[in-house]
Design a protein around this ligand. Structure first.
Ligand SMILES: Cc1cc2nc3c(=O)[nH]c(=O)nc-3n(C[C@H](O)[C@H](O)[C@H](O)COP(=O)(O)O)c2cc1C
Length: 358
């Protein structure tokens, strides 16, 4: 099946409203796939849940339930609903996806150059938009009903800050978003502690182990109260040094199931003449250019968790395009992986990742 394409030359709003169709024929084909999957042993895990292939669609490509269902029908047993908030928020202005050089990013702090065509890397500029909670809750509930039971719906949530508000307020807002997603039917909750597009505290939380712990604790408490029994994940960003990475894990270990890394690599984006894009603000680079750094963080994180009985599950993401890349991340210690960019640009992504199809 061909990948339903996010149209990079159109706005987020356009792509939201022009989501892949869902009709009786598609419903039937997803049910056929579900029956086919049931014939295969679930030999792997994703966040501790049994799956056939340990690969999910990351938060981002799937703007709503129609997008989630279309990717489930392509063989992704776990689909992540793009990050939602407790309040409506518009998307950053177009362009939201700017192709950049595929050259591996070696470290933080160096500008990344734009490219004239999309190869496998781009700078992402969405700013974590969200529909109103009433809209996304109804959409998640509908999506969960349409998804066969051997598919999992993960929902990514983020808190929204007010200027000068105490962290406790942000933590409560994360907890509210998580509880609303859980009550709508999410099987997995992923709290987004990092987003390099956003120059506010909610974009940088992972850089503080104490603040991340405070937020995660609130979320876990609230989800316990809601009797949510599924995996609770944190999405984090890139930390070049071991000490802050391990401190972050120390804070999250008791309260969450696992950590997903990385939410892109932040960089200033400039054209080949050196002119800055996005008014000189950093944007998150995603895709192939980030694989080396993301895999190295996955390795460092997983090694630290490996010998603990209470170790966090490690989920790798960044530049994955093939079964070899999945194997690479798993050899680096990841239990499972997520894919965003390649899932949006590879017309034959199911085959590239060895997904089971009906
Ligand atoms: C179009 C797009 C939108 C994204 N939106 C989100 C988001 O809403 N929340 C989030 O946690 N990560 C978001 N991400 C980051 C991805 O989940 C992922 O961490 C990153 O793209 C690295 O994976 P990749 O190299 O396979 O693209 C987005 C990525 C892309 C490409």
């Amino acid at each position: 099946m061909r990948t339903p394409r996010y149209q990079q030359d159109r706005s987020y709003e356009w792509n939201y409203t022009h989501s892949p169709p869902w009709n009786e024929q598609q419903r039937q084909s997803l049910h056929n796939l579900s029956a086919e999957l049931a014939k295969h042993p679930a030999a792997a895990t994703y966040a501790g849940l049994k799956v056939r292939r340990p690969v999910a669609v990351a938060a981002g490509p799937l703007l709503n339930g129609h997008w989630c269902l279309a990717y489930a029908a392509m063989g992704f047993e776990v689909v992540t609903y793009k990050t939602v908030r407790t309040c409506e928020k518009p998307c950053f202005p177009y362009p939201n996806l700017v192709p950049v050089s595929n050259r591996p990013i070696a470290c933080l702090g160096k500008p990344v150059s734009t490219d004239t065509v999309m190869r496998q890397s781009w700078a992402v500029s969405f700013g974590m938009p969200s529909r109103s909670p009433r809209d996304w809750q109804a959409d998640i509930a509908w999506t969960r009903e349409e998804l066969p039971s051997n598919f999992r719906l993960a929902v990514s949530v983020v808190g929204t800050t007010e200027e000068n508000a105490p962290l406790s307020k942000l933590a409560n807002d994360y907890a509210r978003a998580a509880a609303w997603a859980a009550s709508a039917g999410a099987d997995i909750i992923e709290i987004n502690l990092s987003c390099p597009n956003v120059c506010s505290a909610d974009g940088q939380l992972f850089q503080s182990a104490t603040q991340s712990r405070q937020v995660a604790e609130k979320v876990a408490e609230r989800l316990d109260r809601e009797r949510f029994r599924g995996p609770k994940l944190a999405k984090i960003g890139y930390l070049p040094d071991d000490e802050p990475l391990h401190n972050l894990a120390d804070g999250l270990r008791e309260v969450l199931t696992g950590c997903v890394m990385n939410n892109s690599i932040p960089a200033q984006i400039q054209d080949p003449n050196g002119n800055q894009r996005f008014q000189g603000q950093q944007r998150g680079v995603c895709g192939e250019a980030t694989r080396v750094l993301s895999m190295s963080q996955t390795r460092r994180f997983a090694a630290n968790e490996a010998n603990r009985t209470d170790g966090l599950i490690t989920i790798g993401v960044g530049g994955i395009q093939s079964t070899a890349d999945i194997d690479g991340y798993r050899q680096a210690g990841a239990e499972s992986v997520q894919v965003a960019t390649a899932a949006m640009v590879d017309d034959r992504i199911s085959e590239s990742l060895g997904l089971i199809r009906s």
